[in-house]
Ligand binder design. Structure first.
Ligand code: SF4
Ligand code: SF4
Length: 271
């Protein structure tokens, strides 16, 4: 039933796992919502693919080219939760981004993909160009056709090492994605780091280097979800950012660190 409901939002991969099998590392994220953790019985994981055939181009990370994915998740949670609650007779709480559980591990347990050495989930159709979303619910695993006593094992990638080999962290400046999102002044080394790797926001290197993702891209498996295909900015310029009013700017995933941060990065490229 949950798969049918989520498919109405373009979700093709969804699965459920007993909450007891999930690795909970930030219980307060659940309790802050007024939820008693002891009552949570099942996690429903799902994947939201965002790849559109432009990964080879552009100067910002693929996930940040459409409108901010948080807007997609907010709408999905607002509309899907009541439908799920009606179907299962229990509350459903949506989480994305800030999750109390290890999402890649849980998504793998739910059968949505392999746990990659990159730290990303690897889905058979979309590779790693997916967001993970989840609902926690008090509905029992049996309501989702799950036998709590059966073993739950994550699957793993083939450890080929391509992500680690391609990763610029070996240059000693940390994760490129993190550096592009740092506030304040950057050192000359950090500016050069950003310039050399050609991204003014985020980093797709480990995802794109993975043979599973390469296969998905070569197969042309682009997202079926309109939200991620619409109003995309592939190559961002300072003039575009400066022309955005507050509301327009806030609709973008690169907005959360403020205009100054993204403009500082674009200036490195002379954009
Ligand atoms: S996002 Fe980029 S810098 Fe960060 S781990 Fe992946 S490849 Fe390395
Ligand atoms: S590049 Fe290789 S090691 Fe890295 S996640 Fe993909 S399959 Fe695993």
């Amino acid at each position: 039933m949950f798969r049918e409901i989520l498919s109405g939002f373009g979700v093709e991969f969804a699965g459920a796992v007993p909450f007891s099998e999930c690795r909970v590392f930030a219980e307060d994220i659940i309790t802050r919502r007024g939820i008693d953790v002891a009552n949570v019985k099942t996690a429903v994981l799902f994947l939201v693919p965002y790849y559109v055939a432009d990964a080879e181009e552009g100067n910002i990370s693929v996930y940040a080219r459409a409108h901010d994915y948080h807007l997609f998740f907010e709408k999905l949670y607002a509309e899907a939760a009541p439908m799920l609650e009606k179907a299962y007779g229990a509350p459903f709480y949506g989480f994305a981004d800030k999750s109390a559980i290890a999402e890649v591990h849980a998504a793998s347990l739910a059968g949505l993909g392999k746990t990659g050495d990159s730290g990303l989930i690897i889905n058979e159709k979309y590779g790693s160009f997916v967001f993970i979303g989840e609902f926690l619910t008090t509905a029992a695993p049996s309501a989702f056709g799950i036998d709590e006593n059966s073993p739950f094992e994550p699957s793993y990638c083939n450890h080929c090492g391509a992500c680690k080999k391609a990763c610029p962290m070996s240059e000693g400046l940390g994760c490129l994605s993190f550096v592009t999102q740092k506030k304040g002044e950057l050192t000359a080394e950090e500016r050069d780091f950003i310039l050399r790797h050609g991204s003014a926001w985020g980093c797709d290197i480990c995802a794109a280097a993975c043979p599973y993702t390469k296969k998905a891209v070569a197969a042309g498996n682009v997202t079926p979800i309109e939200f991620f295909k619409t109003d995309r900015i592939v190559h961002l310029t300072a003039a575009q950012v400066e022309a955005m009013d507050k509301a327009t700017f806030r609709e973008r995933a690169f907005a959360w660190r403020g205009k100054k941060t993204i403009l500082r990065n674009l200036e490195i490229f002379g954009e």
